[in-house]
Design a protein around this ligand. Structure first.
Ligand code: CP3
Length: 345
């Protein structure tokens, strides 16, 4: 029964003897079986929009490792594409999009309710997964948070400092706000459709939250995520939400209540001991082993994994990395991390 799944128990606030575990980017280029399926699909976006193959790569790390959760295979930039932005990936460089710089650009985007036809293959992937996943595995849907998605839509690519988005936000705030609002509304519609198709949990990725300073952090990271949680919970009151304001540092404190999230995912910029004291008292936390351990392995991997498990053993915890696993990771190190988390089980 769903209530027995370990991830859902942790999200409901239960402290488990062994934390459930999954990994950001667990379906990815570090796995030979992923690279083989991706080669069959052609490019990354073709894989995202092919429900059979996207479901296949989602299932690969579940078969290999028996993770407690799987995350839908898709990308946060599919929402801008569904809104009408051009999107492509340059090998070795990353995503490219048509840029939004003025009100005409925002006005040219589709109505947030008109994204579903474009995103239908994603909902089909969710449907396949909810039928094919093992009974004990939780299916997590996701979307990007508005600030992070906006940084890509404004710059037309990934940036190290999000300077174009910061510039638009201060120079033409009305355009920036209109874009944020459009992304927010589309994201609510997208996540609710994923839930209708079978997602049991949804996660919001605010990968660039850390570059927002002072009042901007509350206004452009926390408040839009809050609006999305409210919009999801209004339609689906029992669906748990994980929020990931990456790079928040000491501002992770208080985010459960501010966002209305059931779980806060923390990166490795804060220690597990600090998280236990300042964040976990408010609810479930997810994290936060540095993904570099998946490359380097060895005793440090084992001791850091044990330290994080111990530090967060007094409350609800889902074990994860602090950010996505990288393509140069060794699949055997992933097994070592899982064995270490589950030792003594
Ligand atoms: O966690 C998962 O495995 C679920 C699927 C997922 C992907 N991207 C698959 C993917 C999720 C949740 C994302 C989120 C995402 N996508 C974020 C936010 C999370 C984060 O990592 O901070 C961002 C910023 C993106 C945009 C994006 N997509 C970038 C910057 C890249 C990297 C480009 C590169 O070549 O490394 C992608 C591509 C991408 N998304 C890959 C995967 C597995 C690699 C694709 C490939 O070449 O096969």
């Amino acid at each position: 029964m769903p209530a027995q799944k370990t991830i859902l128990r942790a999200l409901a606030g239960e402290t488990l003897d062994t934390p459930p575990i999954w990994m950001m980017r667990q379906a990815g280029r570090y796995l030979p079986e992923y690279r083989a399926t991706r080669a069959k699909a052609g490019d990354f976006l073709s894989l995202c929009y092919n429900p059979e193959l996207a479901a296949e790569v989602t299932l690969q790390p579940i078969r290999r490792y028996g993770f407690d959760a799987s995350i839908l295979f898709a990308d946060i930039l599919l929402v801008p594409q569904a809104l009408g932005a051009d999107l492509w990936f340059v090998t070795g460089e990353g995503p490219r999009l048509s840029t939004i710089t003025d009100q005409a650009g925002v006005d040219a985007l589709k109505d947030p309710d008109d994204i579903h036809e474009h995103l239908m293959p994603i909902y089909d992937t969710v449907g396949i997964l909810s039928r094919e996943l093992p009974d004990e595995t939780t299916l997590i849907g996701f979307a990007g948070a508005p600030w992070t998605v906006a940084t890509y839509m404004i710059a037309g690519k990934g940036t190290s400092d999000q300077a174009p988005a910061h510039a638009l936000k201060s120079e033409i705030p009305a355009v920036f706000d209109a874009l944020m609002d459009k992304i927010t509304q589309a994201t609510i519609a997208y996540l609710n459709a994923q839930i209708e198709a079978g997602a049991e949990v949804v996660k919001l990725f605010d990968s660039w939250a850390g570059s927002l300073q002072g009042a901007d952090f509350d206004r452009y990271s926390i408040a839009p995520m809050r609006a999305i949680v409210d919009g999801v919970k209004a339609a689906n009151p029992n669906i748990p939400v994980i929020a990931f304001p990456r790079g928040a540092g000491e501002r992770f404190k208080g985010t459960h209540a501010a966002i209305g999230a059931d779980c806060i995912a923390v990166d490795d910029g804060v220690s597990a001991e600090w998280v236990a004291e300042h964040v976990q008292p408010d609810g479930c936390v997810q994290g936060n082993l540095a993904s570099s351990h998946m490359v380097s392995g060895g005793d440090a991997l084992v001791s850091e994994t044990r330290r994080i498990v111990d530090a967060l053993s007094g409350g609800p915890h889902i074990f994860n990395l602090g950010h996505g696993i990288t393509p140069d990771a060794d699949p055997e190190n992933v097994q070592l991390m899982i064995d270490t988390v589950r030792e003594g089980r």
